[in-house]
Design a protein around this ligand. Sequence first.
Ligand code: IMP
Length: 199
Amino acid sequence: MSSRQSVDAAMALREEDMERILWTDVEISARVSELAEEMSEVLRDSEAAVVFVGIATGSFMFLADVARRITIPIAVDLVRVESYGLGTESGGAPRLTTDLKIDVRGKHVVLVEDIVDTGNTLFWLIAHMKSKGASSVSVCTFLDKPSRRKVIPEPFGEGRFYRGFECPDNFVVGYGMDFAELYRNLPYIGVLKKEKYQL
Ligand code: IMP
């Protein structure tokens, strides 16, 4: 099987559980390239080191895709934050369960996220990066659901806000995003049928 054929086969995975597909792997890939190009340009002349910090687990695919298209040297680290449990509604205050390994003091941090919903997770993490002495904090989220925002996760210092696509107010899965730890491996992003999570 060619690599295109294997992605095509995965594109059919769990399609019957979706109300609709929002973005295919081809559309995702094109947008990731644009984001990586934009970020590389902005960060190219930065004097401080750049650290991409993925928020586990949801950002793993986006982080891997975007990082390999960045054309300047970067470091990569991960943090883990729990907020949703097994449901589809944010549980409020985020809880940091795995912290950074890299010292980000004096560095530019780019927080890489799958989706911003209420904004709680990023709001909290931006403050956390500031408290660790980062010189700036940018946000790079693949999806943004602005309609559900409760707090605004403002970038810090010279940091910027990058986003792939604006997402409708639906529960979406795929490209790293899950429902009850399933669907993360789908190469597309789809709206999960309500009957799949409203039992
Ligand atoms: P926030 O703190 O409310 O902004 O939530 C951010 C986190 O909630 C994201 O990193 C996702 O893990 C999760 N999340 C929010 N909306 C969705 C969705 O539609 N599908 C899957 N996960 C979601």
